[in-house]
Design a protein around this ligand. Structure first.
Ligand code: APR
Length: 257
């Protein structure tokens, strides 16, 4: 059987299980946004952490050491995110939300799931569209809220502390309510789809493991084997922008829609 035949067979079986799912969780990582032109983190040679040292950029210590440098790097990265558009993978997941009871649990900060029309999205690692002061006393700012002066990084309009992106840096804890709800949904779902993640960053990476241990069927979508490929009931090998639309079309066909 060819690779394409194997994918079609697995995809059909996965769609049949998805079509009769009671409660679905979709767990996404940077790979789901790759076809929107946003780099992943760990792909050999091209991932962000293959080109930059995360300890010099994505830690509170790095920000304290050189706030202007880290701020400029994030502003460049957020500029690329603002230019990106949802791809067919994001749109397929938004369509799936209209077919089954579904929550997206994402590690991504780009907001592309929401822009594609997904409503129930849990952001485990924060957002490129939210800012807070380093003391975390004041949160929920947009960039416009804090861009009054030419200072880079800007200061909190409420307390004068430095402003920072509201994203989770290495060594920081995830937003407790978000992680708690994600793990609760994972332990109660009957199907979990993992898309575009290497599955190596904890505690977020516990979400698919929790679902699997609770007896959920696990569908893994990735062009390369990742940490979930062996434990998955179906490993659908391919880019999310191609596999997800085919998967959702198969679910629609089985649902007669
Ligand atoms: N479709 C689906 N998956 C893809 C695609 C694609 N078109 N292209 C690449 N991938 C896969 C890669 O094979 C890889 O397994 O996406 C995965 C991306 O893995 P990482 O770069 O490790 O990204 P992610 O798992 O989201 O990282 C988790 O690490 O640095 C932190 O906070 C950051 O949220 C991030 C976390």
């Amino acid at each position: 059987m060819s690779g394409g035949d194997r994918l079609a067979t697995s995809l059909g079986a996965a769609a049949a299980r998805l079509a009769r799912a009671r409660r679905v969780v979709v767990y996404t990582g940077a790979g789901v946004s790759k076809e929107s032109g946003i780099s992943t983190f760990r792909e050999p040679g091209e991932g962000i952490w293959a080109r930059y040292d995360p300890m010099q950029l994505a830690t509170a210590e790095a920000y304290a050491r050189d706030p202007a440098f880290v701020w400029r790097w994030y502003m460049d990265r957020f500029g690329l995110i603002d230019q990106a558009a949802p791809n067919p993978g994001h749109h397929a997941l938004a369509a799936l939300e209209r077919l089954v009871s579904l929550t997206i649990v994402t590690q991504n900060i780009d907001g592309l799931h929401q822009r594609a029309g997904s409503h129930d999205v849990i952001e485990l690692h924060g957002s490129a569209h939210r800012y807070k002061c380093v003391g975390e006393r004041h949160t929920g700012f947009t960039l416009a809220d804090v861009s009054g002066s030419d200072e880079a990084p800007p200061r909190c309009p409420r307390c004068g502390d430095l402003i920072r992106p509201d994203v989770v840096w290495f060594g920081e804890t995830l937003p407790a309510a978000a992680l708690e709800r994600a793990l609760e949904l994972a332990s109660g779902c009957d199907v979990l789809i993992a898309v575009g993640t290497s599955g190596v960053v904890y505690p977020a990476a516990l979400v698919p493991v929790t679902a699997h241990q609770a007896g959920a069927a696990l569908i893994d979508v990735n062009p390369e084997p990742d940490a979930y490929a062996d434990m998955a009931d179906w490993f659908l090998q391919g880019p999310g922008g191609e596999v997800l639309p085919r998967l959702v079309d198969e679910v629609k066909r089985r649902r007669g829609v």
